[in-house]
Design a protein around this ligand. Sequence first.
Ligand code: FE
Length: 290
Amino acid sequence: MNSVAMKAMDRRYISRVIRGMPATDGAGVELTRVIGQPALPMLDPFLMLDAFRSDRPGDYIAGFPPHPHRGFETVSYLLAGRMRHEDNAGHAGVIEPGGVQWMTAARGIVHSEMPEQEGGLLEGFQLWVNLPAAHKMDPPAYQEHPAGIIPEERHDNGTRVRVIAGETALGTHGPINQPLTRPLYLDVALPADQTLQEQLPAHHNAFVYVINGEVKAEDADGRELSLQRDELGVLSHGESVSLGAGERDARFLLIAGRPLNEPVARGGPFVMNTKAEIRQAFDDYESGRF
Ligand code: FE
């Protein structure tokens, strides 16, 4: 096999296309569940991806009143609108457009996430990232960064890459530090007809989620496949990925992380390794031990 063929083997392709399904969560927030639904229950270490985008206050105004989490991290990233969060440890703040809150719930937190607006567009994502068994009961922690802190890489072809977590092929580092899953979280704006080449750790699970426009990539047979708005493409393993825009500008998330390869037991807002640990979480929460 020549080196060109070997190189092609290292390139990731789209192994599956998933369309999000409508869901209601919190006190009646209408959203799209992309990961964490029957077609894609998880993509280790990612347990859930919700996308929300609405300018109808009735879809979001009820928000997410106080609720607990244990055993993983919740990552909120906003494109438009403002969300206020508060927790039972006295931590509070407002996430604004372009800002990220990376909350390591770990052994437990009770928080609320409420829209800080009565009208207008609210658009963003919540990603759940699992924690390994050895760290599920660590103390909770936050990493919060406003838009201005998140570096934006600009390429000669006009591509802009906001680096929330991880490192790009050009060496731009995001502000999030999470050595347990070493996540990459990129928000990419790709001009029409342009292509992004990016490097990824070969054995990390990764996906693309299209926010606007369409994204072109190869399928398993090397044919061009087109992902539409609100579609997620699961990427095969490999060291690099090539993602192109169509006739219009495209925007997408490119997210990757180290799989934990551990048993997963879920119970509502808790994600542990065993059913017994889930029962313990409910017991601890109901007994006020969060
Ligand atoms: Fe929450």
